[in-house]
Ligand binder design. Structure first.
Ligand code: 0WD
Length: 262
């Protein structure tokens, strides 16, 4: 029997895969550091060579990590990334999907002007990719698992300039529910975090992000904006067994902004 001081970490012996680290401000990196603090070992994917170095530098600060290329628009790269995870760790316990993309011109002006190409790209990279990685992850989650994705309030209400990304996030939240329904029988849970605005690389692609941060910071019940670390801690909860009864949900981590009417 172990002594009373031996506290087991929440993610001891767990293996994760993190999609969407671009730099140290990325929400995905906050999720990874939270998970690492509780003993997880993780593989990190990077989208393109321009961020390879960034991701490698960050990942190598963590114990027993792996760094693999994976642009989700290339199925062969997705397959290769999961093969590499299987080779190194043998299985997977959790996955954080924290990626999104829409052409910059689609993130300003009127939604009604969205082109077919912008719509297709936004929905493919920001929504379909969740199903794509869930499909690849499920066979590796032999002891059950937890998948977490990142959404935003623009899925539910109109946020000026968010446009086609709001439509993509609505599809992402619906996908979360359908995937949770399919994968629940294998004890794989799928949840979304709807994060308040945070000043990251992607966020700067949305026109007038600074104004949005100010607006939300003033009106949220907590009278401030949420931090990436707070989102990371919620992701930690969702990938740990503490949340074993939760699946298919979208959990707001936004200092309460979404509950406000007038
Ligand atoms: O206010 C915010 N920052 C919020 C972000 C509020 C609520 C939700 N989110 C969501 C985003 O929509 C996204 O889904 O959180 C997720 C992570 O966003 P982030 O941490 O704000 O942004 P960032 O650090 O830029 O990471 C997103 C990354 C990309 O970075 P860049 O900026 O280089 O596009 O998504 C990745 C890429 O690394 N990504 C891809 N990964 C694989 N294949 C692809 C792709 N095709 N496209 C983008």
């Amino acid at each position: 029997m172990k002594g009373g001081n031996d506290k087991k970490m929440l993610l001891e012996n767990k293996v994760g895969m993190i999609f969407g680290v671009a730099n140290k401000r990325s929400i995905a990196w906050a999720c990874a550091t939270a998970a690492a603090s509780q003993g997880a070992r993780m593989a990190f994917t990077y989208q393109a060579d321009r961020i390879k170095e960034n991701v490698s530098e960050l990942a190598h600060t963590l114990n027993d990590s792996l760094v693999v290329p994976c642009d989700v628009s290339e199925q062969a790269q997705v397959d290769a990334a999961f093969d590499a995870v299987k080779q190194k760790y043998g299985r997977l316990d959790f996955l954080v999907h924290s990626i999104a993309f829409a052409p910059r011109e689609a993130l300003e002006g009127e939604f009604v002007a969205t082109t077919r190409d912008a719509f297709r790209t936004a929905l493919e990279i920001s929504a379909f990719s969740l199903t794509q990685v869930a499909m690849a992850a499920a066979p590796l989650m032999t002891e059950g698992g937890s998948i977490v994705t990142m959404s935003y309030y623009g899925a539910e209400k109109v946020v000026i300039n968010y446009n086609v990304m709001g439509v993509a996030k609505a599809a992402l939240e619906a996908s979360t529910r359908y995937l949770a329904s399919d994968l629940g029988k294998d004890n794989i849970r799928v949840n979304a975090i709807s994060a308040g605005p945070i000043n990251t690389l992607s966020a700067r692609g949305v026109k007038n992000m600074g104004a949005l941060l100010g607006y939300v910071g003033q009106r949220s019940p907590l009278k401030r904006n949420v931090t990436a670390a707070e989102v990371g801690n919620t992701a930690l909860f969702l990938v740990s067994d503490l949340s074993s009864g939760i699946t298919g949900e979208t959990i707001y981590v936004d200092c309460g902004y979404n509950i406000m009417g007038i």
